[in-house]
Ligand binder design. Sequence first.
Ligand SMILES: C[S@@+](CC[C@H](N)C(=O)[O-])C[C@H]1O[C@@H](n2cnc3c(N)ncnc32)[C@H](O)[C@@H]1O
Length: 177
Amino acid sequence: MYILFGKEKVFDTPKPERLLHRIIHIATNPGDLVLDSFAGSGTTGAVAHKVGRRWIMIELGEHCHTHIIPRLKKVIDGEDKGGITQTVNWKGSSGFSYYRLAPSLLEEDKLGNSIINKEYNSEMLAEALCRIEGLTYALSNTFDQQHGYSTERDFIYVTIQNLSYELLSKLSDKVGQ
Ligand SMILES: C[S@@+](CC[C@H](N)C(=O)[O-])C[C@H]1O[C@@H](n2cnc3c(N)ncnc32)[C@H](O)[C@@H]1O
C-alpha cells in the first residue's frame, strides 16, 4: 500500500489487496457489481476491477482526484504492478466513468420551507427538473432556454420568471398542437 502512495501516510486503515481479493472472491461472481460507498484509497475498486467485477465507488474527499482516479487509471493501463496483479495475472483493460454529484436541489430556509438551493444556476435547475420528470435534458433552439423532451410531443420548459399569460401564449404558439 505504501509503495503505491509513496512513503507518505495518507490513509489510517489501508487494506491490503489480498484481503479484499478474498472477500470479493467469496462474496461475488465475475460480472457482479461491487459497491464501496466510502472508497478511501480505492482498494475495493482496484481489486474488483482486476478480478472482472464491475464496481461503483463513492468518495467525497479530495483524494478521489489525487489517489483513487490515478490508481484506477494505472490498474486499467496495466501499470499497477502491486497488490494482487501477479496473483490474478492482471494485464490491464477496460475503463470507468467518473461523475461528480450535484448538490441537493432543495434546501430549507430559516422558516423550514423547502427552497431551491442557491448553488443552482438556471441551467442546473433545468437539468435537475428534467431528470426528476424523466425527460431528456436538451438546449432548445426554439426557446433560447434550457428545456427537455421525452417524445416529439412532450416538452418541459424551466424558468424562474413569472409565468405570465403572454409567456404561456408564446410557448403555446411555439409548441403548436
Ligand atoms: C476508512 S475510509 C474507507 C476505506 C476503504 N473502504 C477501504 O476498504 O480501504 C473512509 C472513507 O470514506 C470517505 N467518506 C466519509 N463520509 C463519506 C460520505 N458521506 N460519502 C462518501 N465518502 C465518504 C472518507 O473520505 C474516507 O476516504
